[in-house]
Ligand binder design. Structure first.
Ligand SMILES: [Zn+2]
Length: 305
């Protein structure tokens, strides 16, 4: 039987080919817009689990992707995005922000050296309750199933010391990806206040005020009810200035700064595919986006998105 991950990868590869072909003839949306890319894990994995998505980009592919972005785009800190989108002039090159969800130690060991080489700023969103844990993150289904078959680097949560080192590089911002990775779909306002408020308080206490500015909603889909008006209000109330979802799209000047869409950077994205994505050629991905299902991301079915 063909695993669902095999089918998903086939669909994403096909969408990538379609977008890179389309980019040659399509006119990207006009006006000022930016592409906020989302990564998760950056590791060498010796296998593909056909049942569970690893949300991984290999270090070799990651380096190719960042090299392509550095030459084709202007990579800016997420914190600078509102001001850049409000400028009168259009950028000569596409604007790109790099974000990483969940908070793996491999951000520090694998992604950061590449980011430093290309002077590419990035934001790392951590689950505050998972920072420094000895085992896999409790919501990370892939790691819970596969930690025994891989090196620690594939799944280990980042530590507070490593976060401080990342910040001292001068190109990394740290933000919150909630306190426990609770799914907003089945949460009360009190629980959402707790996820947002507690994660911000811990980040500010451990890393300083600059670490509590941006938030990434776990699972992150407005369409699937994982990001609601209540959740956005909780994030605003906690003091965050910017927040990102996993809704597919380019960020524009009129967008709600507490619900900015993003675009997944996938393991199979070659430089031409990625260049098409950051120019806003996203139509081929609408189908795979529509195939996402809320039931697979409900709290009882953990998934490390
Ligand atoms: Zn996540």
């Amino acid at each position: 039987m063909i695993g669902k991950i095999t089918v998903k990868r086939f669909l994403k590869r096909t969408a990538g080919l379609a977008s890179s072909c389309g980019a040659a003839v399509a006119t990207p949306p006009g006006g000022r817009s930016a592409c906020i890319l989302v990564y998760h894990r950056i590791a060498d994995l010796p296998f593909v689990d056909p049942r569970l998505d690893d949300w991984n980009v290999s270090p070799v592919m990651f380096e190719r992707q960042v090299a392509a972005l550095a030459s084709a785009a202007e990579i800016i800190p997420l914190a600078d995005l509102p001001a850049r989108l409000a400028e009168d002039r259009e950028s000569r090159r596409p604007l790109v922000c790099l974000t990483f969800d969940d908070g793996y130690a491999n951000f520090s060991s694998r992604a950061l050296p590449v980011l430093l080489h290309y002077a590419a700023p990035a934001t790392l969103f951590v689950v505050t309750d998972a920072v420094g844990r000895e085992g896999p993150m409790p919501f990370d289904a892939w790691s819970l199933a596969n930690a025994g078959r891989t090196t620690e680097e594939a799944w280990r949560p980042i530590t507070w010391n490593e976060l401080e080192q990342c910040m001292s590089s001068g190109i990394v911002d740290v933000g919150a990806h909630s306190h426990t990775h609770r799914n907003g779909l089945a949460s009360t306002r009190m629980q959402l206040d707790e996820e947002a408020g507690r994660s911000r308080a811990i980040l500010v206490e451990r890393l300083g005020e600059s670490a509590g500015r941006a938030y990434s909603y776990p699972y992150g889909s407005r369409r699937l009810g994982q990001v609601t008006d209540q959740y956005i209000a909780a994030v605003a109330g906690a003091g965050f200035r910017l927040a990102v979802t996993t809704d597919l799209g380019m960020a524009g000047p009129g967008d709600d700064l507490l619900a900015l869409p993003r675009v997944e950077a996938h393991a199979l994205d070659t430089p031409p595919v990625l260049r098409a994505k950051i120019r806003g050629v996203l139509a081929p991905y609408r189908l795979t986006d529509r195939l996402r299902r809320a039931k697979r991301t409900a709290p009882s079915s953990a998934r490390g998105e």
